[in-house]
Design a binder for this molecule. Sequence first.
Ligand SMILES: O=C(O)c1ccccc1NCC(=O)[C@H](O)[C@H](O)COP(=O)(O)O
Length: 397
Amino acid sequence: MEGLVPVQRAPVRVVSSPLSRCNVSLSIKRSLSGFPMDTRIRFKAPSIRAQQTDLKESLVVASSSAENALTIKEWEVEMYQNELAISQGIRIRRKPPSKAPLGYSGPFDLRLHNDNDADSPRNILEEITWYKDVEVSRMKELNPLNLLKKAVEDAPPTRDFVGALILAHQRTGFPGLIAEVKKASPSRGVLKENFDPVEIAQAYERGGAACLSVLTDQKYFKGGFENLEAIRSAGVKCPLLCKEFVVDPWQIYYARTKGADAVLLIAAILTDLEITYLLEICKKLGLAALVEVHDEREMGRVLGIEGIKLVGINNRSLETFKVDISNTKRLLEGEHGRQIREKDMIVVGESGLFTPDDIAYVQAAGVKAVLVGESIVKQSDPEKGIAGLFGRNISHA
Ligand SMILES: O=C(O)c1ccccc1NCC(=O)[C@H](O)[C@H](O)COP(=O)(O)O
């Protein structure tokens, strides 16, 4: 099935079913956590017609036992994926480690997570990630992937996000600006009361932004996919980054249907294999991917993944909210910095940038682009906010 990575193939024996004599083989192709599951039941059924009624009845029995087997297998895979994520240094658990399904009789260590407080998120990023899982399941029901894939064909064409950043950098001598359309955030609350996303986007464009970042999360950032769509439909030329917490390939397709030119992939919540897979989907859809890291370990992981052009260094810990712009400098020093230059990757300095000195600081550290929200969106005139941030008008430089 298109869009799946067969990370696990587990034969499930339907031991007590009468169907076992028909050589039922249930193979589970489970992709990544939160990703679609492709379940196929193959029959090497006897060719004799007379056995068909018998087979129908047997199917009913088998399907309920197969369903149980699937639930258990799915839960097991999720647990293994949590283990895999932990082994890659990912502290964020992708799902609440809820209780093992009825009938589970696997290794004891998979059940160790069932302590009483384990089902509470440990920080805001974990909370958002768990919420996304539920939200995406709901949205998928309204917009199934097969319909989305058709809708993608009618989406407006993608624009060159990376190219726009490089051009802006060459044109102005400053890092190319990704200006963020951000109404609120978990750390700062509401940043702008009278929030008109299209007006703000147009002001950013006039002010010399190379690209825009549009927050689409409703619950924590008071954003929305309708903002992305409205900005695109209003004729804003700057390429658009869909700023989401992507945990499922479905979100990438959805972003594309709403006019996105790029998406954010956060290394703190995705395994290496998931990033690789999501990058493939982006490539297929003509989208750029901004892969975001926060620490040395994430940077090391990302440098080991093929095909990443744009890497963002977030100065804000998404777990603690602490902002420290020296994070950008630290992560670009030494071996990692050398590899980034060797691979000719574009680094985006993200979060906590307020003044021309901040811009000069991250530029000296090696960034060719910056992603800025709060300091410019809060200004009564965001166009002037950009000039204030760079210390001069960058719209025609
Ligand atoms: O901004 C937050 O409070 C936040 C909290 C938890 C997860 C993500 C968060 N922000 C996303 C971002 O990375 C920023 O919106 C972006 O880098 C712009 O930052 P800033 O210029 O500081 O608004």
